[in-house]
Design a binder for this molecule. Structure first.
Ligand SMILES: NC(=O)c1ccc[n+]([C@@H]2O[C@H](COP(=O)([O-])OP(=O)(O)OC[C@H]3O[C@@H](n4cnc5c(N)ncnc54)[C@H](OP(=O)(O)O)[C@@H]3O)[C@@H](O)[C@H]2O)c1
Length: 321
């Protein structure tokens, strides 16, 4: 069979260049040439893309007709779940794709966001694809047990200190994750283990996701949920100290909070060793050095590390595997 060799088209984006050799029938297929012309003209291509993006069937994009919606169920609708919901809706998740277990703040949050309520946890697990478990650690085992879990589902537990072996979810995958309440503004760095695809996509709506390699590593990282609170307390202390000495309360609050954001972002967004970054700040005889000296005399960093150790001990010992 003879084949026709097509030359690459100048200016045509690489993703739509035809394969170099086409079977004979394509030589006589005029619409192929038309499509090549359309596709290789950037403005016509963008215009056709735009037309497709505007297509609506029953008010929804046509892709929704063939894309099956992932239903996110939440068991344990308390403080953390309220932040998670705010983040999910803020990230554009359709409230109709979320399902709440009918306890805690569920009725109020359902009314606020227009999120459906499940009849009970059985109903929720029957209907949801990804189930977020956000009950208190002591309730975690009972809340997950004896529900109609099925293969292909993922249970994501936010329950601090509750190991995977304590969570009975039948054939469903079990993943642990530790979001922060900053999920409400899509700014939660969330550690998880083990990383399972569809659930990661849900967590990514709440902020950057950091998958970890083992449950032991995850447990150590969970201490960070307490560090988050201590950081907020340091911000509060700094703002209150400055306000008590005449600073405007709102200005001092904003300054202290954004200083912590700045410090965190600089470390997160560069590869420089942290020692180098801090070393660059500590000018001999300067104010940073002065303050670090006072903190060292008052028990830093031992005090901070002792607090981290205490939390890890509590997490590891709270619910034995
Ligand atoms: N708060 C945080 O910032 C944070 C951060 C990271 C992780 N976590 C973890 O998230 C979990 C929840 O924390 P939280 O502060 O949100 O607690 P919370 O405010 O006490 O909320 C827990 C909710 O779970 C409900 N619940 C208990 N058993 C249930 C069951 N069998 N079925 C359905 N709902 C049930 C409770 O309802 P009732 O009120 O009716 O009992 C309550 O509304 C904890 O395990 C914690 O370790 C929390």
């Amino acid at each position: 069979m003879r084949v026709r060799c097509c030359r690459p088209i100048d200016g045509c984006p690489a993703r739509i260049q035809p394969s170099p050799c086409l079977p004979l029938p394509y030589r006589f297929f005029p619409s192929w040439h038309f499509l090549r012309l359309v596709a290789c003209n950037d403005s016509v291509y963008s215009f056709v893309q735009y037309l497709f993006s505007q297509l609506r069937v029953d008010g929804k994009p046509p892709s929704s007709l063939w894309r099956r919606t992932v239903i996110i169920g939440i068991i344990g609708v308390g403080h953390l779940a309220a932040s998670i919901l705010s983040g999910l809706v803020g990230a554009g998740v359709d409230p109709a794709d979320i399902l709440l277990s009918p306890r805690g703040q569920a009725h109020a949050l359902s009314a606020r966001w227009g999120i459906p309520l499940a009849a009970d946890n059985d109903d929720l697990v029957n209907r949801a694809d990804i189930v977020l478990l956000s009950v208190r650690p002591v309730d975690a085992h009972t809340a997950a047990a004896d529900l109609p879990w099925r293969p292909g589902q993922t249970l994501v537990s936010f329950c601090a200190g509750v190991t995977i072996s304590r969570l009975e979810a039948g054939p469903a995958r079990v993943m642990r994750a530790m979001p922060l309440t900053s999920a409400a503004i899509n700014a939660s760095p969330t550690v998880c283990f083990p990383a399972t695809g569809p659930a990661i996509a849900v967590l990514e709506k709440l902020g950057p996701v950091i998958p970890l390699g083992s449950e032991e590593e995850f447990e150590v990282a969970t201490v960070n949920a307490a560090v988050y609170g201590w950081a907020q307390d340091l911000i509060r202390q700094s703002a209150n100290w400055a306000t008590a000495r005449g600073g405007d309360a709102m200005a001092m609050r904003k300054l202290a909070a954004l200083t912590f954001v700045a410090a965190g972002r600089l470390i997160a967004e560069t590869d420089k060793p942290m020692e180098t970054l801090i070393g660059e700040l500590v000018t001999p005889g300067g104010i940073t050095e002065l303050g670090l000296g006072v903190l060292a005399r008052e028990g830093q960093p031992q005090a901070w590390q002792a607090a981290c150790d205490a939390v890890l001990q509590r997490l590891s010992g709270r619910v034995p595997a």
